[in-house]
Unconditional design. Structure first.
Length: 238
């Protein structure tokens, strides 16, 4: 079973075509990284997959179901944003539990899943704090925890580390790689950081101006870039 299948996906805002005929498959358990310059449509593509934007044309199929008309909360996905997007008035625990409460999950299930995520992300000491009393790295871990508790089949990360300093970026990157192994979920990860792309990805999708420029493993793209653009992006000598 494929985790995600995009067929001829297009997205326009007014007369501006931002995504142009995107075809893409993510296999179950695969870690796929989207790279490309600022403004090429990476976030828009994630938002279309998540259902935060509607595709203008084409089909979004998640886990074998066409989800074009299914709302975000019912797509079996969870998204982590660059800006964390935590609720400032809620504690760490309540930020993580909120979605599950809205889904009307039993109290025990909520407690168990939140506790498990807290252990995985080493957030035990912060569970009653508000986001404003946390560092950037801790906030991003809470945001990741909030995604984990929903037990999604597909995680979507939109440049989750770009607000963190270099050391923290490396630690959190390693944590995300560990999560991928532990959870055996499919993940799509947007970044413009070559190191993140090369170390995390099973498969890299290079986007340029709303189109898929090249798809391949990090080594394939590094050794065999289709053109100067891809070569420049992955830092290999052309
Ligand atoms: P990236 O994440 O690769 O930097 P985005 O997906 O954010 O790129 O944006 C791609 C293009 O779509 C940009 O030109 C941006 O200005 C435009 N865009 C994104 N969202 C909207 C929107 N809601 N309305 C109009 N234009 C948008
Ligand atoms: Mg973006």
């Amino acid at each position: 079973m494929t985790a995600l299948n995009l067929t001829n996906v297009c997205k326009s805002f007014g007369s501006v075509e931002v995504l142009k005929d995107i075809n893409l498959t993510v296999e179950e358990g695969e870690f796929v990284v989207f790279v490309g310059p600022s403004g090429c449509g990476k976030s828009t593509l994630l938002r279309v997959i998540a259902g935060l934007e509607d595709a203008t044309k084409g089909t979004v199929n998640i886990g074998g179901t066409v989800v074009n008309s299914i709302p975000p909360a019912k797509r079996g996905i969870a998204m982590v944003f660059q800006s964390y997007a935590l609720y400032p008035h809620l504690s760490v625990r309540d930020n993580m539990a909120l979605c599950l409460k809205q889904e009307k999950q039993p109290k025990l299930v909520i407690e168990e899943r939140v506790n498990k995520a807290v252990r995985m992300l080493d957030l035990g000491a912060y569970i009653d704090r508000r986001p404003s009393d946390l560092s950037g790295g801790q906030r991003q871990r809470v945001a990741i925890g909030r995604a984990i508790v929903r037990e999604p089949k597909l995680f979507l990360f939109d440049e989750p580390l770009s607000n963190l300093d270099a050391a923290l970026r490396m630690n959190t990157r390693i944590e995300i790689a560990e999560l991928h192994r532990t959870l055996s979920a499919s993940m799509i990860y947007v970044t413009h950081d070559q190191t993140e792309a090369m170390t995390l990805a099973d498969k890299i999708v290079v986007l340029r101006d709303g189109r898929v420029e090249q798809v391949g493993s990090p080594m394939e793209l590094y050794n065999n870039p289709a053109n100067q653009f891809v070569a420049g992006f992955l830092g290999s000598p052309a």
